[in-house]
Design a protein around this ligand. Structure first.
Ligand SMILES: [Zn+2]
Ligand SMILES: [Zn+2]
Length: 89
């Protein structure tokens, strides 16, 4: 392997790495931050740009509390805990 092909190989690997980390699927469409994965991106959009999330139907891991009149929303695994502490007296 000569110097030139090593150079091209490195360039190729660097470009491949960059294009993966800049995958627009994982990029916040509002502030362009890269979140690395879809779930993290969606969580970020809900946390930082909730208006955008509502308008664009961004999937949310948040679930509403089933208690009538309660406005609590939380992560799926937090809702039962909330329900227990707030509504089971
Ligand atoms: Zn953002
Ligand atoms: Zn509740």
């Amino acid at each position: 392997m000569n110097m030139m092909s090593i150079y091209f190989l490195i360039t190729y690997l660097v470009l491949r790495k960059q294009s993966r980390s800049l995958n627009p699927k994982f990029q916040c469409p509002v502030c362009a931050i890269n979140c690395g994965e879809t779930r993290a991106r969606n969580r970020h959009i809900w946390a930082e740009h909730s208006e955008y999330a509502k308008e664009n139907d961004i999937p949310s891991e948040q679930e509403a509390c089933p208690f009538p009149g309660c406005r609590y929303r939380g992560r799926k695994d937090n809702v039962p805990r909330h329900y227990k502490t707030q509504h089971s007296q």
